[in-house]
Design a protein around this ligand. Sequence first.
Ligand SMILES: *Cc1c(COP(=O)(O)O)cnc(C)c1O
Length: 393
Amino acid sequence: MTRPSLLDAIAAAQAALPAESRRSLRIARPIGGARVVIEGRELIDVASNDYLGLAFDPGVRAALADAARDQAGARASHLLGGHHPEHAALEAELAAWLGYPRVLLFSTGYMAAIGALSALLSRFDLALQDRLNHACLLDGARLAGAKLRRYAHGDVSAAAAALGREPDRRALLITDSVFSMDGDIAPLCELAELARAENAPLMVDEAHAIGVLGPQGRGACAAAGLRAEHVPVLMLTFGKAFGVSGAAIACSAAIADALLHGARSFIYTTALPPAIAAAIRAAMRRIIAGDDLRAHLADRIAQFRAGATELGLPLLPSTTAIQPFMLGDSRAALDASRRLAERGVYCPAIRPPTVPHGQARLRLSLSAALCESDVEQLLAALAATLKTDIRGP
Ligand SMILES: *Cc1c(COP(=O)(O)O)cnc(C)c1O
């Protein structure tokens, strides 16, 4: 037998991985109040995306527990008997809240992105994306076999030039609203204007903005005054500020039907447990009434940025809960993360390929669950561990 061994090749590739590229699982037990227990130590948690602390909200947890008393799993896909009244109620409430004709639920944001893009695009179409879009949006365009083009981060004229080079090709313009690793916000109004001028509909991923930004937490597009007519495909996730799990696409009836018939990650998978849908609805209600939480988060962000500036820590131009510090190479980021843990803060290093090469960083995500003294402690820990090796933005 001369066939080379697949299993040997896999093992050899892993053995050859340098230490700074190695990833491993760590057991992290969150206990609420922006605290996480790791290896028996209680740390301040600036790693989660639970921006409003809703994963520990009593109302959200009670909604989950109450609905789970009736039924555990959904038992089937949406199209084959798994579409429960809880799913339908959630979709209707989301549609009304966001001002879209239809909303379709997906099990995760990753599945929403690959399902939507593979259903809406063919190999003849252009998928034009910001260079820093989330991996799921890039993967969705690849799965569709579409012509994937990426423009320089936040650069509307580069996007316009890319569309200008392909005037005869159907196109979808795709962007994150809040960028997951940098925390900045896409130029949504300018992109919407370009989308209109070029007849290239705009799809926006609101994973890090829904619940946090805009009136009633309706997201960055709503904050920018954009509606369904400007953003025909709006993607939401419920694992971040909602504190639960799952995702949705808000869109027109025609697009929803296209997803229902073409999004394989919707068709060929079990629906979310109905109790999860109930918990998402409870979280939505808390978010709608959540100006208090958003104001508290805004205070912590302002406190953090003012304190970091005073300490001479080089901030990136992010006004959101995501506050990264560039370290450069992976080893420096890992080392900084380790020293921060020694000082009581959990903030894992973000390394390539999650971020571009040479841009390893600490990504702090602030939360309304942090109190004023937590942020003081966080700043002190950062100042002590990072001042010498942080690079400018
Ligand atoms: C987290 C994230 C997703 C994926 O959402 P999940 O529900 O966690 O699969 C999609 N897009 C962006 C921008 C994200 O940050």
